[in-house]
Design a protein around this ligand. Structure first.
Ligand SMILES: Cc1cc2nc3c(=O)[nH]c(=O)nc-3n(C[C@H](O)[C@H](O)[C@H](O)COP(=O)(O)O)c2cc1C
Length: 285
């Protein structure tokens, strides 16, 4: 049994350079059991082939609004989806969506859709900062659509350094998972998770510690996030990577970890202590 067996995701792809990353997103969703219906704009097909998405999802992909046999695709696809994601969402798509256009299959699906919508913009930093885009994004948010903030970082062909980059597929997957996870499981709860080993310095070079990798705490934090919690991970030293979308407070010693927990605890509903504080510290520091 996979976490999203049989869950329906409509994944819209628009004509941005980041569309290659959406192949990985489609694969993550499919591997988690979701049935992913890919809807591509004409421009998107200039960047990635429909066949690639079909191979990854095991389902046909869609792009044309007119054509015999697919006349009502825009209504059917919208009705069947449980979450409507567009990644990447170009500046042009955001503009058309904000103005209620339905001049291709993807925008028509969006207008006919009633499930939660997640738009993942990706574009040049000047396009993202342009007043027209800012207004379109703000209007879309007012209508209840979730528009994820783009990452900062190198943009296509050395053109600028963000913000405008599409977040990594794993981060988008986590946002989709928050929508697909059983409703209300941990929604709105503030959860603290401790993870990893603390270190007690003996001198400037040596320390007392333990073999904890932090894997369990990080996995618990990510799972709580996917179930809708507001998660704070209080991390000692970790041998595993932490997802960029988790809020992390770093702590070196057991005292640091204790202080961080004591500070966060009054504003929290749940504390999961999966961290491995060192048991001893030198008497003289
Ligand atoms: C090489 C290349 C890369 C592009 N990358 C982006 C991009 O990352 N974001 C964006 O908003 N537009 C980008 N564009 C412009 C869009 O492809 C163009 O606005 C197109 O009309 C978008 O159509 P669509 O929104 O229907 O997919 C790019 C164009 C080219 C030629």
């Amino acid at each position: 049994m996979r976490p999203f067996d049989g869950r329906r995701v409509l994944l819209g792809i628009t004509g941005g350079i980041a569309s290659y990353k959406s192949v990985l997103l489609a694969r993550l969703l499919s591997q988690a059991g979701a049935e992913v219906d890919v809807v591509m704009t004409r421009a998107a097909q200039e960047f990635v082939g429909a066949i690639t998405f079909e191979a990854v999802t095991g389902r046909r992909s869609y792009s044309e609004i007119f054509g015999s046999g697919n006349t009502l695709d825009h209504i059917r696809l919208a009705r069947e989806s449980e979450v409507f994601v567009v990644a990447p969402a170009t500046a042009d798509f955001l503009a058309r969506a904000a103005h209620g256009h339905a001049d291709d299959l993807l925008t028509a699906c969006l207008l006919a859709n009633v499930s939660p919508v997640l738009l993942v913009p990706a574009m040049n930093d000047r396009m993202w900062a342009n007043a027209q885009t800012v207004r379109n994004v703000s209007h879309l948010r007012e209508t209840g659509i979730t528009v994820i903030e783009p990452d900062e970082g190198p943009l296509a062909a050395g053109e600028g350094a963000g913000p405008g980059r599409m977040p990594e597929p794993e981060a988008i997957f986590a946002e989709i998972a928050r929508i697909l996870e059983p409703r209300g499981a941990l929604a709105g709860l503030d959860v603290i998770v401790t993870a990893g080993a603390t270190r007690e310095p003996v001198d400037p070079v040596r320390f007392i510690s333990n073999h904890s990798s932090g894997r369990m705490g990080v996995a618990l934090a990510e799972a709580a996030y996917r179930r809708g919690a507001n998660v704070t991970l209080i991390a000692g030293h970790l041998d595993v990577e932490v997802a960029s979308w988790l809020r992390v407070i770093r702590s070196d010693t057991t005292r640091d970890m204790l202080d961080a927990v004591a500070e966060s605890l009054p504003h929290s509903d749940v504390l999961i202590m999966a961290g491995a504080p060192a048991d001893f510290r030198p008497r003289v520091e």
